[in-house]
Design a protein. Structure first.
Length: 128
């Protein structure tokens, strides 16, 4: 599908991602807005793991609605409210991605709603 690029002159990626990902020409692109840990009934889980899984559920639904899968992800950008969530975030992401290794960025920020412990946006590309 996409070609991972991990040059020897760059530190090896740790945690199931690629340093770069080459995308073939002529694919259709999907830009997924930042997904928040809020359900359709406006509830927000109290703990990080449930929030993280809910956000990945939202991402999966966006991909499915476009006829795409995890393997079509090109880049994932995760916004965490605390470094202490980094290990759980990595573990959950790797479990959910089923071996897909998109390019990845993780940033520690303040979210719009202080109850949100993370937000994740993504880019995907797939054949027409």
């Amino acid at each position: 599908m996409h070609r991972p690029i991990n040059p020897e002159a760059v530190p090896a990626p740790l945690g199931g991602y690629s340093q770069a990902l080459e995308v073939r020409p002529g694919l259709r692109w999907l830009q997924i807005s930042g997904q928040i840990p809020e359900s359709v009934d406006a509830t927000i889980p109290d703990d990080f793991e449930r929030q993280c899984n809910l956000v990945w559920d939202h991402l999966e639904q966006c991909l499915r609605a476009a006829g795409m899968r995890w393997q079509h992800l090109v880049h994932v950008r995760t916004y965490l409210t605390s470094r202490e969530h980094a290990d759980a975030n990595s573990r959950i992401r790797q479990h959910r991605l089923l071996g897909a290794t998109p390019a990845l960025t993780v940033i520690v920020v303040q979210t719009l709603d202080p109850r949100w412990l993370l937000e994740i946006e993504a880019v995907a590309a797939a054949p027409h």
